[in-house]
Design a protein around this ligand. Structure first.
Ligand SMILES: *Cc1c(COP(=O)(O)O)cnc(C)c1O
Length: 360
């Protein structure tokens, strides 16, 4: 069986070059005589791997020196609790924007620890747009302001960040980190599970401004205190060593391609291929308001559930898999993260054209 074009929302495709390098280094990393999987996290060889992962990520995201980079476990979902536990240290109030299922989970979790104010929502139309935000409605005393920069399930993204002034902006960037250029200094915290755009599941990257560290609520479990991880270089306990190593290879891959700006150009090209086709199609249509369309996750429908199901089945036979949409949107969803080559999107569009002709 050949490798397929995998349009999964996550875990998702990894660059083939990365998988091949991991394969080459599987039994013997460098001169160590062992696999990265078998290595002590306290060894100098492993220290080299995690240091270089951090350094390359700092380079490609231009992370300022007054930010820590942490490699943690528990997925982005653990951050839903870790953020309020660490940041509710003033008014114990936070502003959240509700743009979908992941935002809702973040809101629900934060509400266990403080007062959550949902300042805007797009739930009225199944989250197919990013609500317009009015600065005057922001709580100036809030401990932080939370957004989901890209909404994996609904296929929306912010094209402009809210201006939260002194209030730290917290971004769940799980599904679009490294896909487009962001100014890290606009954020207090950026967090992302690795399994969409960076590596395998098991590691979560947290980029946090130093002055937000060390003020956790007293009941915060040690493992959920950013301070413990920051002071110990993400080695307070055993980190997800192999997942971090794969992330390092992915960061190198992005860097070698020309960095995040170059990646963004390719992503725009890929997304436009599909969006241009959807806009011209007489059968398929995108579900998201144009101005808020994601570069990473593209939901679309035919308007006929049975035809959608036929499409998903037939496209799979062509080696394009995981195109079934999320149950809350229906239809199809193409997740075209960094690792999806242009050829994969072109193959999808070509098949959609053929399908459209066959089902006139
Ligand atoms: C996948 C995803 C999550 C959940 O990540 P886990 O690592 O499974 O906890 C959270 N937020 C967004 C935006 C996601 O895409």
């Amino acid at each position: 069986m050949n490798r397929v074009y995998n349009f999964s929302a996550g875990p998702s495709m990894l660059p083939e070059a990365v998988l091949k390098q991991a394969q080459q280094e599987m039994l013997n990393y460098g001169d160590s005589g062992m696999s990265v999987m078998e290595m002590s996290h306290r060894s100098s060889v492993y220290q080299g791997i995690i240091d270089s992962a951090e350094q390359i990520l700092r380079d490609i995201m231009q992370i300022p020196d007054n930010y820590k980079v942490l490699f943690l476990q528990g997925g982005a979902s653990t951050q839903f609790a870790m953020i309020p536990l660490n940041l509710f240290n003033g008014s114990k109030r936070a502003d959240y924007v509700n743009t979908g299922a992941w935002s809702k989970k973040a809101i629900k979790e934060a509400a266990r620890y403080g007062a959550v104010n949902v300042i805007a929502s797009s739930e009225d139309t199944t989250f197919n747009y990013i609500p317009t935000l009015d600065k005057d409605t922001f709580d100036k005393e809030a401990d932080y302001f939370h957004i989901t920069t890209n909404n994996t399930i609904y296929g929306t993204r912010y094209t402009e960040l809210p201006d939260t002034a002194e209030v730290p902006l917290v971004g769940d960037m799980s599904s679009n980190i490294l896909s487009e250029v962001y100014d890290v200094s606009k954020f207090g915290i950026i967090y992302a599970g690795a399994q969409k755009n960076m590596g395998p599941s098991g590691v979560t990257v947290v980029i946090i401004k130093e002055d937000l560290i060390g003020k956790a609520m007293p009941q915060t479990p040690t493992m959920l205190d950013y301070k413990m991880h920051a002071e110990n270089g993400s080695m307070f306990n055993t980190p997800p060593t192999y997942a971090i190593y794969i992330c390092k290879l992915v960061y190198e891959w992005v860097k070698n391609l020309g960095g995040v700006a170059a990646m963004q150009k390719i992503n725009e090209e890929k997304a436009n291929l599909l969006y241009d086709f959807l806009d011209a199609s007489t059968l398929f249509k995108g579900t998201v308001v144009k101005k808020d369309r994601s570069l990473m996750n593209i939901p679309f429908v035919t308007g006929d559930k049975e035809l959608d199901a036929i499409f998903v089945k037939e496209v799979q036979k062509q080696g394009m898999v995981n195109l079934k949409g999320h149950r809350s949107v229906g239809g199809m969803r193409a997740s075209i993260y960094n690792a999806m080559p242009v050829e994969g999107v072109q193959a999808l569009v070509d098949f959609m054209k053929k399908f459209e002709v066959d089902h006139k």
